[in-house]
Design a protein around this ligand. Structure first.
Ligand code: C2O
Ligand code: CU
Ligand code: CU
Length: 495
């Protein structure tokens, strides 16, 4: 338990600035864990109707100051949508924000017209209807703005939420699945603030080039909250909703946990680990046993040996600039928990893997970033074409790739730059088949984002869903939102 002195200290720290709070390691934060409201829509048989409102508002994130924010059906961030495999969802999105926006269903297999990418903009005061059948298994998907050149800004201010898909198989497994009781969304984001409480988005060309990273961590919109556990086995649906930061998540007491799902749904069996690396847009579901009644802190901290090796280039630069490399994310207070925890099933689901024998095409995507000596000159900084895929920056009028519906392809993503890029493909859930080192942990599951390390080549095997539309493209891009906004994105149609 927390001593009185510690408690007073934590209050004092909180009265200053979030930065100070973060430096005060191990403190119990006075902030309660917030669970985004659940939105089940209105149901008529298999048809589920959702009414969403993109809105702006003011949110109490810092003490004594309000932050102008964006949200979906609330002032900051989105409500959690939940539906089943086999449902047909009808999502009406009204834009009550004064700028054009979109809502993209990240991770969903769906017709291109329903995707919510840059080709489905919603003007202020207008409405967009997205309708699709959920044809994929239970998974933690998410949704966010995908407005051309503005995705970074809009997501940073709050246009992001979780989209949970359930199915019969996942229900049969008896995993913790009581929303807000033993099953929690954990949307992790990093922000910077101005003195007046407003979010501080990009402030220099460095952030524009490397992506926006903040020094205050929010979980579901709350600074370093404490989750009061009432059950001894809890499921966390981790979503890295940050613009650019990759997290190495582990507990301060070194406890192990089980990864049960990746971006695209449940793994074949739980993977017991000490830590998990989560790049922007990646999700993982984990089971944490807190039957010991302790107060573990989930934090972002690189393994010592690893960080010593990796302490090159980018990280040294960051550290030299006084940037923090470690953060507490949130704390679980399990002091009220009693009794042994639920049994974790040995096997989860069987994967229907795309067959390598059926590969009909191989494509190569070179992720390119012009860096090096040019960086010393301000003139190059502002230029738009520093970030490319296969020599091109994104052009909304150019179709880069044409894919056959229902086909199996091998996509090879080569990172020619010196920083990591999380590569994302719309409309698919792929399997990683080769990369530098062993494929393990959540990367054994179905994925829609894969982190490609500097000078690494990753191969993914994709079976494209059967939707076809020669006119409306899907996107593939780096999910560092500032990279996406500046052109590290391409378009494919499925015919
Ligand atoms: Cu999460 Cu193209 O998006
Ligand atoms: Cu997406
Ligand atoms: Cu990138």
């Amino acid at each position: 338990m927390l001593s009185r002195r510690q408690f007073v200290q934590s209050l004092l720290a909180f009265a200053l600035l979030p930065k100070q709070l973060l430096q005060a390691k191990g403190f119990l934060s006075p902030n309660a864990f917030k669970v985004p409201p659940l939105e089940l829509g209105s149901r008529s048989g298999k048809n589920v109707y959702f009414d969403l409102n993109i809105q702006s508002g003011k949110s109490a994130i810092l003490p004594n100051r309000l932050t102008p924010t964006l949200g979906i059906n609330q002032s900051f961030l989105g409500v959690t949508l939940r539906a089943n495999k086999g449902d047909r969802v009808h999502i009406k999105v009204k834009n009550n924000y004064q700028k054009t926006s979109t809502l993209h269903w990240h991770g969903a297999k769906l017709p291109a017209k329903a995707d919510g990418g840059p080709h489905q903009p919603i003007k202020p005061n207008s409405t967009w209807l997205s309708e699709f059948d959920i044809i994929q298994p239970a998974a933690t998907l998410w949704y966010h703005s995908h407005q051309m050149h503005e995705t970074g800004l809009q997501v940073y201010h709050g246009l992001a939420g979780m989209f949970i898909v359930d199915d019969d198989e996942s229900k049969r497994l008896d995993l913790p699945s009581d929303y807000g009781v033993d099953d929690f969304p954990v949307i992790i984001q990093d922000k910077d603030f101005n003195q007046d409480g407003s979010f501080k988005y990009i402030s220099d060309f460095r952030e524009k080039l490397m992506g926006k990273k903040g020094e205050t961590i929010l979980v579901n919109g709350v600074i370093n909250p404490v989750l009061k556990a009432t059950k001894s086995l809890i499921r966390l649906r981790l979503l890295n909703g940050s613009n650019a930061r990759t997290y190495h998540l582990n507990f301060d007491d070194g406890r192990m946990f089980n990864i049960i799902a990746s971006d695209g749904g449940l793994l074949e069996k739980p993977e017991m680990v000490h830590s998990i690396k989560l790049a922007p847009a990646e999700r993982a579901e984990i089971l944490v046993d807190v039957s010991d009644g302790k107060m573990p802190i989930l934090r972002h901290k690189m393994h010592m040996k690893k960080s010593a090796n990796r302490m090159s280039g980018m990280m040294m630069m960051q550290q030299a600039q006084g940037k923090k490399l470690e953060f507490d994310i949130f704390q679980i207070d399990a002091s009220g928990v009693s009794g042994p925890s639920k049994k974790i099933p040995k096997n989860l689901v069987k994967h229907d893997n795309p067959s390598a024998q059926l590969i009909s095409n191989k494509r190569i995507f070179k992720l390119q970033m012009q860096m090096g000596p040019q960086l010393a000159f301000g003139a190059v900084m502002g230029s738009k074409d520093l970030l490319k895929i296969n020599g091109n920056t994104m052009d909304i009028n150019r179709i880069d790739e044409v894919v056959k519906a229902g086909s199996v392809e091998l996509w090879e993503i080569e990172n020619t730059s010196m920083m990591e890029h999380p590569f994302h493909i719309h409309n698919v859930q792929f399997k990683i088949v080769s990369r530098r080192g062993k494929i393990k942990g959540h990367e054994l599951g179905f994925k829609d984002v894969v982190l490609v390390r500097p000078h690494e080549t990753v191969q993914v095997l994709i079976e494209f869903p059967k939707f076809s539309d020669s006119k409306t493209p899907y996107m593939y891009h780096c999910h560092i939102l500032e990279h996406e906004d500046r052109g590290m994105m391409g378009q494919f149609v499925v015919v």
